[in-house]
Write a protein that binds this ligand. Structure first.
Ligand SMILES: [Zn+2]
Length: 373
């Protein structure tokens, strides 16, 4: 999930916001200011309704973040690294590189989010009652009532037993505990997840022809998203299971083709990119890696300047992001490529370049292993 910007870091976890998230924030503010608050507090004017809508949207955002943080902190406490939380149009997601090590850890982690949402619902419910008891203005308790309802709904929706929703993870943990096979457990839980996704799409479709355009479209897209997520997460489990424990060294290409920093772009294109058809080449001088030159960077230079520009002028200086150690798991190497948006990594051992590993190498190995079974 790209197109995000970093908001902040909490408990050492980077919190990112996907641009699609603004769509939901806008929708929430709009519907609250035009629907909910005029009904809940009719004596106030539009200005107050909009202001209350913004405050409520902010608190809703904080509640969703708390839900994801609850998952993440339990994961971290159980030695499962979380490398970020992203908030997007359908809520939030905590990113992890591997599956939980046991059904027990999965269960604890999965249930933490809904528990947080229900706890927040109870807190907002109690605050609402206190505010009513002490005769506070409707301004306050109409906001807290909304947050009570919405947190309750978030908790309930996530408990639906379709993977990758939290309830689906709980189901997977239970199945995994009994059948001792995470792949099979995921298969069942994600099939139910897909079933639920199709149900949402069907309801969305009926709403759409019934005239409820916005909620119809919303449910259709939510269903599509969940169906896709169920599919992807199942494939991920299969991939992790098939490739688990395989190191970069066993999968890398040992033949390394390097280019000198002085080579011109003209020669680079003719003798390297067109001939060998790799997307990037390391730039080396006297056994030292200086950087990496990619086809993308070559293309950013106008053709008439290719004879005057050298690899050194346009290369990306070597950084941690391009390098991988030979002992790293291929799954982690794949995750590193994905998060750095590159297709190949240099394998470096004691300062020396010993090979290359590409997405293609890993996918090929996966296909081969799956075929053999
Ligand atoms: Zn959750």
């Amino acid at each position: 999930m790209k197109n995000t910007f970093k908001l902040t870091t909490l408990f050492n976890i980077p919190i990112d916001i996907n641009y699609t998230w603004f769509v939901i924030v806008g929708l929430v503010i709009f519907t609250l200011a035009n629907g909910y608050f005029p009904l809940a507090a009719p004596e106030l004017g539009p200005l107050a309704w909009w202001l209350m809508a913004v405050i409520s949207a902010f608190l809703l955002f904080a509640s969703l973040l708390a839900h994801e943080l609850a998952h993440s902190l339990i994961a971290i406490r159980n030695n499962l690294p979380i490398h970020g939380i992203t908030l997007f149009i359908f809520g939030g997601v905590a990113h992890m590189n591997r599956e939980p090590q046991s059904p027990k850890v999965e269960l604890k982690m999965a249930i933490a989010g809904p528990i947080m949402s229900f706890a927040l619902a109870i807190i907002f419910y109690l605050i609402t009652n206190l505010l009513t008891l002490f005769h506070f203005s409707t301004v306050f308790f109409s906001i807290t009532t909304y947050l009570f309802i919405i947190n309750f709904m978030v908790g309930t929706f996530n408990l639906i037993p379709g993977f990758p929703l939290d309830g689906g993870r709980v189901l997977r943990a239970v199945l995994w505990h009994f059948c001792k096979d995470i792949r099979q457990a995921t298969s069942v839980a994600s099939t139910i997840g897909k079933g639920f996704a199709f149900f949402l799409m069907a309801v969305g479709f009926l709403k759409l022809i019934g005239g409820a355009i916005l909620s119809g479209i919303w449910l259709l897209f939510l269903g599509l998203f969940l169906a896709e997520a169920a599919d992807v997460s199942y494939k991920q489990v299969v991939m992790r299971k098939t490739l688990g424990g395989i190191t970069v060294e066993k999968c890398m290409t040992k033949k390394v083709i390097i280019v000198s920093p002085q080579v011109t772009l003209d020669a680079l294109v003719d003798h390297f990119f067109l001939k060998l058809r790799h997307a990037s080449f390391p730039v080396m001088e006297d056994d030292m890696i200086l950087g990496i030159v990619t086809l993308h960077d070559v293309k950013s230079v106008p053709k008439e300047n290719w004879l005057l520009t050298t690899a050194k002028d346009i290369m990306l200086p070597i950084g941690e992001g391009f390098i991988v150690s030979k002992d790293m798991d291929v799954i982690n190497a794949l995750a590193k490529m994905a998060s750095n948006k590159i297709h190949r990594l240099m394998v470096v051992d004691e300062g020396k370049l010993i090979g290359f590993i590409s997405q293609r190498d890993i996918v090929k190995l996966f296909e081969m292993k799956s075929e053999i079974g």
